[in-house]
Design a protein around this ligand. Structure first.
Ligand SMILES: [Zn+2]
Length: 466
């Protein structure tokens, strides 16, 4: 049964047969190749890039036509569909619609229903295909989210054009990336609510020898509107940034031959958001639970000296070993030494080395004693010395480094600091970028999902929900 040109065979219900669709697509491919070969014949085979791009374009167009045929084939209309009002919508007509697919723009037709009670129209097929209320196919949306989470929306647009031959606007990349980030965040919030109600499912993961939680904060530049009324670091100046709180979770099974801890490969997952410490605490707790916190043999919280970090540790992770990042603590000493002996490098170095020795040895009381015995000239300096003495005193138990090392534990929070750069800085702190809190949080949710290797799960759960 040969297909007539321009149309495919239909069976009695108006559905095209699979054979006819195949034939039509083959004809389209053949036609496009003829056009390309004719062009090459004229210009010669010298510009490979032009030819390969032309062939890709042609194959995409043929593919888009095939996809449109396939989707239309399957629209044998049921007479009725359930309406949102509870009534029965009736088949109205087959309607065509456009969609940008990974093969480029395409069209397909699907059944359209209208409800006689509430007069609402709907196409259930759109919901099944996860293209309701959007002009982009799931494959294209996924690409937009991937590039939008990695780079500026404008660069993402360029990448889609170059790498996938898709023409979209930077604004569309932004909207899709943010929409997917927001959808991921909605899923997170659902789990966080369950955590709040102590209603999380028991984790079946294998027991973890050592489980680490690290937290840190890092500023992200925000729009003028988002800064309004918020104090900056300097008195009387508005804040230019808002703080992103970042948490990392990872595990350790073993140490190297020198007894130094080894982080389990690919065990790190991240959570990040601009939000209150209280909100962030629940987020991190939920993540820790998901990763098997309840099944850990040893639990460690690592951070710098920030008060909110230890408040959260007490509240959500009681009983965990608390460790102040050794390098932050050393930094305190070096900064104080620079203030105490600004013009005397020898004394400064000797004094700092002495203090760092005490610190590394976990002899915090001795270190505090050195600080308390200082008699600085100025009130300002005396205050700085006092603050540091308080800092070491307050954190003494979190600075027993020899004890922690003897247990083969990490004493530095390098993972969360690297996370501040890879999760946050690399995408959100590029020059000239100013974020809204909503936009930043959507992109953060997306980046955490991808960098925690959960993006695949998200798409699977999306297609299951359809
Ligand atoms: Zn209705």
């Amino acid at each position: 049964m040969p297909a007539t040109s321009g149309g495919a065979d239909s069976d009695a219900t108006g559905k095209k047969t699979a054979e006819a669709v195949q034939q039509e697509v083959a004809q389209e491919v053949s036609r496009l190749l003829q056009v390309i070969f004719a062009g090459v014949h004229k210009t010669g085979l010298t510009d490979l890039e032009a030819i390969e791009m032309a062939v890709r374009g042609a194959m995409h167009r043929a593919g888009a036509a095939a996809l449109g045929q396939l989707l239309s084939m399957d629209s044998a209309p049921a007479p009725r569909a359930i309406c949102g009002c509870g009534g029965q919508a009736r088949f109205h007509s087959l309607r065509r619609r456009g969609l940008l697919s990974v093969l480029g723009p395409m069209e397909f037709s699907r059944a359209y229903y209208v409800c006689p009670h509430c007069h609402q129209g709907q196409s259930p097929r759109d919901r099944e295909l996860d293209v309701e209320g959007t002009e982009f196919s799931p494959g294209v949306r996924r690409m937009m989210a991937a590039v939008g989470s990695e780079t500026s929306f404008e660069q993402g647009r360029e990448q889609l054009e170059l790498l996938a031959g898709l023409e979209v606007t930077a604004k569309a990349v932004e909207r899709q990336a943010e929409a997917i980030g927001a959808a991921i965040e909605a899923g997170e919030q659902k789990e966080i609510r369950q955590a709040k109600q102590l209603d999380l499912p028991e984790v079946c993961a294998p027991a973890v020898p050592v489980f680490y939680i690290e937290m840190d904060g890092t500023g992200v530049p925000v729009t003028v509107k988002e800064r309004a009324g918020r104090a900056g670091k300097k008195e009387g100046e508005p804040a230019r940034t808002r703080e992103v709180k970042l948490g990392c979770v990872f595990t350790q099974t073993t140490t190297d031959e020198d007894g130094r801890p080894i982080r389990d490969p690919d065990s790190t997952s991240y959570v990040a958001a601009i939000e209150t410490a209280e909100e962030f605490g629940l987020r991190l707790y939920t993540e820790a639970w998901r990763r098997g916190w309840s099944r850990a043999r040893q639990r460690v919280v690592l951070g710098d000296g920030a008060v909110w970090i230890w408040n959260l540790a007490e509240q959500h992770f009681p009983g965990a070993i608390q460790i102040v990042d050794l390098y932050h603590a050393r930094q305190h000493i070096w900064e104080l030494a620079a203030k105490l002996f600004p013009n005397d490098e020898r004394t400064r170095t000797r004094w700092a080395a002495l203090c760092v020795d005490r610190l590394d040895a976990g002899k915090i009381e001795a270190l505090v004693k050195i600080l308390r015995q200082l008699r600085p000239d100025s009130d300002k300096l005396a205050q700085d010395v006092d603050n540091d003495a308080d800092y070491f005193e307050r954190n003494a138990e979190r600075m027993r480094y020899p004890k922690f090392r003897a247990q083969g534990l990490f004493v530095g929070s390098g993972v969360v600091e690297a996370g501040c750069r890879t999760v946050v800085g690399k995408r959100l702190k590029c020059s000239g970028m100013f974020w809204t809190v909503r936009g930043a949080n959507a992109i953060l949710a997306l980046r955490c999902c991808r960098l925690s290797s959960r993006f695949e799960d998200y798409w699977e759960s999306r297609s299951r929900a359809a």
